[in-house]
Structures are given as structure tokens and as C-alpha cells.
Design a protein around this ligand. Structure first.
Ligand SMILES: NC(=O)C1=CN([C@@H]2O[C@H](COP(=O)(O)OP(=O)(O)OC[C@H]3O[C@@H](n4cnc5c(N)ncnc54)[C@H](OP(=O)(O)O)[C@@H]3O)[C@@H](O)[C@H]2O)C=CC1
Ligand SMILES: CC(=O)N[C@@H](CCC(=O)OP(=O)(O)O)C(=O)O
Length: 340
């Protein structure tokens, strides 16, 4: 019989915190021990996350890292970047595993400081928790969960990069608005959001560095990474269209063979024969990947679809937890999308 473990969620009032609880309810070996919020301490979790009514009956608490650590075997840190680095060092000890959903530990410290324009108060190495590329997660007690855009982008290009066939990549990504967190902005204001598509940070989005870091690990000669994000009037999901320019022209059969081989035994990547769409993955931990080869130019067009809150954040964090705690990778995560 497998022992139950106690999980804590720091920053549980936000979107990824709510999603962690929704997903952990399906986990047979996890008890949600504590959910922290500074603003909502003392209030029922289900007063904020109303979809959890009747399912989660704890109140938000405002706990110190020491108190959380004392009560939890595993802690998910789901607070904004720049703030996680003040919490994480006090959570880590020999008995507590920590998964940080923020960007604070994903990049090399020097790159982080440059990209995020802030000093890092806790420089330390962490494994980048994209399980499909980093199986060593299973030996770690602290993992940096990947960013939402990088998850879909990296998975779309990893097989060609690892085979040293990629020359240049352009990632054109469309995200639902929950990617921006709970705080409203002019971009998320309904009249600006509805029936609209907004491109932003055309050449300067910080996630480019994460995509570059991970693809460069697969092929240290590969650096030509281009990334442009868009926000679309959708609540969840990221659809990435990757325009991949290979060193030599490839046939569709060659590309298909490469992707199937690379992702065999990767339970949450589905290589499909048609074009992926968001409705087939929303609410699930799957990343769907499909492709065509442009007969005129040889460009390989790869489309990946994920749910930003699941495979792009909370589901992936639980996938990491499963491996770190010795559970099967899929435990509690074999959930179908909510299609249509
Ligand atoms: N949304 C997404 O799709 C994804 C998000 N992420 C990352 O995950 C993390 C959480 O994201 P998300 O849930 O969207 O964020 P939200 O903005 O929805 O929620 C974050 C929560 O963090 C708490 N918080 C804010 N500032 C601090 C602080 N200084 N100290 C402690 N707690 C604080 C707040 O809770 P309170 O005020 O109640 O204490 C807030 O509810 C972020 O780092 C984000 O970049 C990663 C991948 C995808
Ligand atoms: C739509 C939208 O605004 N998306 C956010 C993604 C933020 C996010 O989740 O950042 P991490 O994955 O690095 O934690 C943005 O572009 O800033």
C-alpha cells in the first residue's frame, strides 16, 4: 500500500493554485494539507474557488515557510516571479520536496538577472521540470516548473533539435488570458479581450530565453530562436505554430518517424495525424503535436496545443511531484479534456 503524502500550496488563491487543488482532488495519494493566501487567510478556499465547493473544505491560511514545511511532504509555490525566491529557500529541507511554478529558478542565475532585470537573492541550480526532456527530476527534491509558452514551444521543436537537424525556429503562440494570472489589466478588460487578438512583446518576451536554454541543451550549436506571443479571447490554452527550418529538406514520413520515436513512452505527449486544437487538450495534461512539411519550401510546420494551467503549469507540477515522490508519472493525471 502506498502512504498518503501531505501537500501545501503557497499562493493558493491564484489561478494555478486553484488548478493544483482541482487536479490534486483526483490524486489517490495526496492530501491537500494547507492552502496559503495572505489576503484571504481565514476564508474558505471554496468561497474563492467556487468550483471546489463540496470538494475542498479547508480555509486559506497565512503561514510562515517553517510552519508549511513542518506540515507538508511536498510544497507547490505558486506566487509571482521575483517573490518565490524569498520563499523557496526557507521551504527546502531534507523532508520537504518543493516545486516552484514561478520563473525564478528556470534560467541560469546570470540570465535570469538580465532577463527579469532584478537581482536573484537565492542563486541555486534547479532542474528544469520538463519531464519529457529531464527524467532526472525523479532524483530531485527541488524542481523549477517550466513556463507555459516554453512548454508548448520546446516540445514542438525538441525532436528535430535533438537530432541536430534544426537551423532556425519561429514560434508563433496564442494564449488564453488565464496565462496572465488573476489581476485584471487593460489587455484582459472585456471590451479589449472579446472578439480580438492581441500580439505583444513581438521580439522581447522573456520566455524566449527559456526556449533557447532548453533547445540549446539539446543541440549546443542551435541558437536561432524567435518567439512572438498573442493573447486570444479564450480562457485557457496555448496553441503554438512552430515554423521550423531544417538544415536539409525532410519528408513528412521522416518527420513523423522522428517525432513518434522521440515521444514514445512519454504519456502526456500525443503525436497526432491531424492538426491539434485547444479543445482537445483543455483541462487535461496532454500536449498534442501535429505537423506538415511545406512542399514548396521544406519548412516544417509543427502545431502544439496545451492547457496553460495544466500541462503549462499545475498538471506539469504534479507530473514532477509524481516522479519526485516515486509515484507513476501519470498518477491522478489521466484526465480527458473538457471538449467541446
Ligand atoms: N497562469 C498561468 O498560466 C501560469 C502561471 N505560471 C506562474 O505560476 C505562478 C502563479 O501564477 P498564477 O496562479 O497565474 O498567479 P496569480 O496572480 O493568479 O496568483 C498568484 C498568487 O500569489 C500570491 N502572491 C502574490 N504576491 C505574493 C507575494 N509577494 N508573496 C506571497 N504570495 C504572493 C497571491 O495570493 P494572496 O495575495 O492571496 O496571498 C496570488 O493569488 C506565477 O509565477 C506565474 O508566472 C506558470 C505557468 C503558467
Ligand atoms: C497571456 C499572458 O499574459 N501570459 C503571460 C505568461 C506569464 C506566465 O505564466 O509566466 P511564466 O510561465 O513565466 O510563469 C505573459 O506573457 O506574461
Amino acid at each position: 500500500m502506498t502512504d498518503m503524502i501531505n501537500a501545501g500550496i503557497v499562493g493558493a488563491s491564484g489561478y494555478t493554485g486553484g488548478e493544483l487543488m482541482r487536479l490534486l482532488l483526483n490524486h489517490p495519494y495526496v492530501n491537500i494539507e494547507t492552502a496559503t493566501s495572505r489576503r484571504l487567510s481565514g476564508e474558505a478556499v471554496s468561497d474563492t474557488h467556487k468550483h471546489l465547493r463540496g470538494l475542498v473544505d479547508i480555509e486559506f491560511e497565512d503561514l510562515s515557510p517553517e510552519d508549511i514545511r513542518g506540515r507538508c511532504d511536498v510544497v507547490f509555490v505558486a506566487v509571482p516571479h521575483g517573490t518565490a525566491m524569498n520563499i523557496v529557500p526557507e521551504l527546502i529541507d531534507d523532508n520537504t520536496k518543493v516545486i516552484d511554478l514561478s520563473a525564478d529558478y528556470r534560467l541560469k542565475t546570470s540570465v535570469f538577472e538580465q532577463v527579469y532585470n532584478m537581482e536573484h537573492v537565492d542563486p541555486r541550480d534547479a532542474v528544469f521540470g520538463l519531464v519529457e526532456l529531464h527524467p532526472e527530476v525523479k532524483d530531485e527534491s527541488f524542481v523549477a516548473n517550466p513556463g507555459c509558452y516554453p512548454t508548448g514551444a520546446i516540445l514542438s521543436a525538441a525532436p528535430l533539435t535533438a537530432a541536430k537537424l534544426l537551423k532556425m525556429a519561429i514560434f508563433d503562440s496564442k494564449s488564453g488570458i488565464t496565462g496572465a494570472g488573476i489581476n485584471p489589466t487593460m489587455v484582459s478588460h472585456y471590451p479589449n479581450m472579446a472578439e480580438n487578438v492581441q500580439a505583444y512583446k513581438l521580439t522581447t518576451h522573456r520566455h524566449r530565453e527559456e526556449i533557447l536554454q532548453e533547445l540549446n541543451r539539446l543541440d549546443n550549436a542551435f541558437t536561432d530562436v524567435n518567439f512572438t506571443p498573442h493573447v486570444v479571447p479564450s480562457i485557457r490554452g496555448i496553441l503554438t505554430t512552430a515554423h521550423l527550418f531544417t538544415k536539409e529538406k525532410m519528408s513528412l514520413e521522416d518527420v513523423r518517424g522522428l517525432y513518434h520515436e522521440f515521444y514514445k513512452n512519454k504519456p502526456f505527449v500525443r503525436v497526432v495525424d491531424d492538426i491539434p486544437s485547444l479543445s482537445a487538450v483543455k483541462g487535461s495534461n496532454f500536449c498534442d503535436i501535429g505537423f506538415e512539411v511545406d512542399a514548396n519550401t521544406g519548412r516544417v510546420v509543427v502545431v502544439s496545443a496545451i492547457d496553460n494551467l495544466v500541462k503549462g503549469a499545475s498538471g506539469q507540477a504534479i507530473q514532477n511531484m509524481n516522479l519526485m515522490c516515486g509515484f507513476d508519472e501519470t498518477t491522478g493525471l489521466r484526465i480527458a479534456a473538457t471538449s467541446p
